[in-house]
Design a protein around this ligand. Structure first.
Ligand code: PMP
Length: 399
């Protein structure tokens, strides 16, 4: 008998699996607004020109393919941390922010989960809703996943009052995950005043804030502005930890490049935490791949390439915002009398449309428009060529 006979077919991933369903559909004007990956206005994947240039520079250097260290490329980590905390950040200046290169956001989250489970943490609070993968990542890490209220589906708005209530109920020492900007899937972020209140309460409660920063530069178009929540918490004296992803802002999805970092009370403490991250990484995947780190390093160590990156990143954010406005206008043109203001109020890659599961399924079957079951529309897949079609489909299933 086969050793594999008892293996059942696993369900397809709710987000990634959408591509498979879409690929099977042979309707000519089918549209997918599922996975969060940027597309240009022709609907094609986009490689930033600064990334192409960095690749060429690297090619000309004839670099070897040796292993990097367990913690990855030190220069990359240094630049990545400055990119989010800011060069003039006090703990950066005091050399008490340290980290490792990570297998993008996902890998950094997994290492973090296991690190914290190994060091006495039993649970982590995540917003409800949150990026779907957070839940299995932390469960597989050995943490119990608890939810705090974040979004009010009724009003398509942040549920700030209830979020604060839930934060006040969290036991001292609890881990709390915060989306640094462009909350996935709702696209709804706290205002700076609200972040301030959260920072104060989280401190008063003695909680341990952990930031997931997957869209720095994608929310406002400006990576410095998008790091405001993180920088405020650090200025307020929180000893935060954070995972960064370079998938979206640098368009390096398949390169799997990110960083996991921690702010320590002093240099020695931060280094001790990093040494424990390495203990998690070594038996998990030994060391990370090099090319993505080399590309980001090449860009961020060169002022001109950095400026090009800033311009190109803003270009992506601007196109998405233009599509938000267009989609809202087209819904009105299509005759929808519903309130779609949240489409332009939300930021980042997604529009949390408010369509329910039945409407999502109807939109797939009748119109061949594919978004995730929670009604999340990846605005990065909306183009001037398909926005009318999408607006009509949304209107048809929601009227
Ligand atoms: N965190 C959040 C909130 C995300 O939306 C994503 C990407 N969908 C990630 C982490 C991880 O993405 P990656 O592993 O490509 O960096």
């Amino acid at each position: 008998s086969s050793p594999w006979s008892q293996f059942e077919m696993a369900p397809t991933d709710p987000i990634v699996g959408l591509n498979e369903i879409y690929n099977k559909d042979d309707f000519p004007s089918k549209v997918i607004v599922g996975v969060g990956a940027y597309r240009d206005d022709l609907g094609k994947p986009y490689v930033l020109p600064c990334v192409r240039e960095a690749e060429q520079i690297l090619m000309d250097k004839n670099l070897d393919m040796e292993y990097t260290g367990i913690a990855g490329e030190p220069k990359f980590v240094d630049l990545a941390l400055k990119f989010v905390y800011g060069e003039d950040s006090v703990p950066i200046q005091e050399n008490r922010v340290h980290g490792v290169q990570a297998l993008s956001g996902t890998g950094g989250l997994r290492v973090f989960g296991e690190l914290m489970a190994k060091h006495g943490h039993k649970h982590i609070y995540v917003p409800n809703p949150t990026w779907g993968n957070h839940i299995p990542i932390f469960t597989n890490s050995g943490l119990e996943v608890r939810k705090y209220r974040y979004y009010d589906a009724e009003s398509s708005d942040l549920d700030f009052t209830n979020m604060m209530k839930d934060i006040k109920d969290m036991p001292k020492g609890s881990l709390i995950l915060l989306h640094a900007c462009a909350h996935n899937p709702t696209g709804m972020d706290p205002t700076m005043e609200q972040w301030k209140e959260m920072s104060e309460t989280i401190k008063k409660q003695g909680l341990v804030p952990f930031f997931d920063c997957a869209y720095q530069g994608f929310a406002s178009g400006d990576p410095v502005k998008d790091a405001s929540s993180v920088r405020m918490f650090v200025e307020d004296g929180h000893l935060i930890s954070m995972v960064q992803s370079f998938s979206k802002n640098f368009g390096l999805y398949g390169q799997r490049i990110g960083a996991l970092s921690v702010v320590g009370a002093d240099e020695d403490e931060a280094k001790r935490v990093v040494s424990q991250m390495k203990m998690v990484i070594r038996p998990m995947y030994s060391n990370p791949p090099r090319q993505g780190a080399r590309i980001v390093t090449t860009i961020l160590e060169d002022p001109r390439l950095t400026q090009d990156f800033l311009d190109q990143c803003r270009g992506m954010a601007d196109r998405i915002n233009l599509m938000r406005t267009l989609l809202q206008d087209k819904l009105a043109e299509a005759g929808s009398t519903k309130n779609w203001d949240h489409i332009t109020k939300q930021i980042g890659m997604f529009a949390y449309s408010g369509l329910n599961k039945d409407q999502v399924m109807e939109m797939r079957e009748k119109h061949h428009v594919y978004c995730t079951a929670d009604g999340r529309i990846s605005m990065a897949g909306v183009t001037s060529g398909n926005v009318d079609y999408i607006a009509n489909a949304i209107h048809d299933v929601s009227k």
